[in-house]
Design a binder for this molecule. Structure first.
Ligand code: FAD
Length: 268
């Protein structure tokens, strides 16, 4: 049972205050649910570090503080390419609280924003970190063992049509994911260079699809390429069964929705 709530002025202090008896809370949309259900931790740790809510341009990318909310992403001029993704997370009340950092740790079937960041090849900065930012794919694999996330660096697509996100849910507009897909397909002379594709709710965490990326790389986004990508969509994915959909259903529809997303990107 939680016995104290500690608020620290810097994320580094919050990091030092963490321990086996503590939970870090950002927007609290998931943490407070767990607290109400009863958790073994006795301390809630928060941080009011102002850098957590920064959004700033860095080179050809954008650095987003871990405490930036989905509502801010949806309206900020530097993150317009991510606005449709942020708007797909929960309803307005959830978006006002839900943070980008919290989304990286949200269990299945949550983590829609993390799917988009994975497709973008985002990198993660941690509190008190001195070295280079870590690739998000590594951080997702190590989720239980990483420290506090300070910010996320994401490249900005050169053209709006290079990046797309699709979420399938049973309840519209604010249901959770049956599955989600994000793709970054930069094109040079009509050919895809640097394909990145990620799936959500098709495994225990957001998954990058290197099989689909291989099919798309160097190709033009024509009917034959899209058909080949859709055919191989399931490779490397391991969808679970839950209250929203069975693993069988997720397998049946993954290729169909990938095809729709790629067709939308082909139209520009
Ligand atoms: C009704 C409802 C609907 C929802 N709908 C969606 C949806 O459609 N799509 C979706 O993706 N999610 C959804 N969620 C889940 C959740 O709201 C989001 O994933 C949100 O982004 C989590 O962020 P948070 O700040 O609220 O996290 P918190 O609840 O504060 O924390 C969640 C986890 O992340 C950890 N954490 C938070 N910040 C950091 C940090 N900086 N560094 C390290 N660890 C950190 C916490 O310790 C905790 O383990 C929904 C939740 C609810 C209750």
């Amino acid at each position: 049972m939680i016995q104290s709530v500690e608020t620290h002025g810097t994320l580094a202090e919050a990091q030092r205050a963490m321990g086996a008896d503590a939970i870090f809370m950002a927007g609290g949309t998931l943490v407070m649910r767990d607290v109400n259900a009863g958790v073994s931790a006795t301390r809630l740790v928060r941080s009011t570090d102002p850098t957590l809510t920064d959004i700033r341009l860095s080179g050809d990318g954008v650095t987003i503080g871990a405490g930036v909310t989905m509502a801010t992403i949806a309206h900020h001029r530097e993150t317009t390419f991510l606005a449709p993704v942020a708007r797909a997370v929960g309803g307005p009340q959830i978006r006002n609280m839900a943070t980008v950092g919290g989304n990286l740790f949200a269990p299945h079937p949550y983590g829609d924003f993390a799917v988009a960041l994975l497709a973008l090849g985002a990198r993660v900065n941690f509190a008190g970190q001195s070295g280079a930012a870590r690739p998000l794919a590594d951080v997702l694999r190590d989720r239980g063992r990483v420290g506090l996330v300070a910010s996320i660096q994401a490249p900005r697509p050169l053209a709006a049509a290079d990046f797309a996100f699709l979420k399938v849910s049973r309840i519209k507009p604010k249901g959770v994911s049956v599955l989600s897909i994000a793709a970054l397909l930069p094109r040079q002379g009509g050919r895809i260079r640097g394909a990145r594709v990620a799936f959500g709710a098709m495994g225990s965490m957001p998954l990058q699809s290197t099989a689909v990326e291989r099919v798309l790389e160097g190709q033009s986004l024509d009917t034959a390429t899209i058909a080949r990508a859709a055919q191989i969509a399931l490779e490397g994915l391991d969808p679970p069964t839950d209250a929203l959909a069975s693993a069988w259903y997720r397998r049946e529809v993954a290729g169909v929705h990938l095809k729709r997303l790629l067709e939308r990107m082909a139209r520009g």
